[in-house]
Write a new protein. Structure first.
Length: 137
């Protein structure tokens, strides 16, 4: 099976139910065409780098799926082009490294950094570099 992912931006002026229904519509279309949904990632509302259709933000979704071949991608992209609620989309084929990366990201091995330990320092304490070194005899 080949692995693919489609990332698309939904118009932010829709209600949250309509946004989720739009994402569900395309996931259902993929399943109806014989693909297996691996993961649906709702990345949420994000600011766009440039305006698209006079919108400065959009709701991002990423659907990772597996299929025997990519014949359903043409139908999926045609429906996304016709849909006025989709601002942009991008479909990519994943190699074995992309699949492994996505698995590690979902399991929490990649992407979430642990916060650095914060050390508290009193203002009246001299820093380690400021302490005078004792001369060696």
């Amino acid at each position: 099976m080949r692995h693919y992912e489609v990332t698309f931006i939904v118009d932010p002026l829709l209600s949250s139910d309509d946004v989720k229904a739009t994402a569900r519509k395309y996931a259902d279309q993929l399943v109806a065409d014989g693909a297996t949904i691996v993961h649906i990632d709702e990345m949420g509302l994000r600011q766009l780098a440039y305006s698209i259709n006079k919108r400065l933000s959009g709701v991002y979704f990423c659907i990772e799926f597996a299929a025997l071949d990519g014949t359903m991608i043409d139908r999926l992209e045609l429906n996304m082009r016709r849909d006025e609620t989709i601002l942009r989309f991008l479909t990519a084929a994943l190699d074995k490294f992309g699949v492994k990366y996505n698995e590690d990201k979902r399991s929490g091995k990649i992407g979430k950094r642990k916060p650095a330990p914060t050390t508290t320092k009193r203002l009246d304490e001299p820093a380690a570099a400021e302490t005078p070194a004792t001369p060696a005899h």
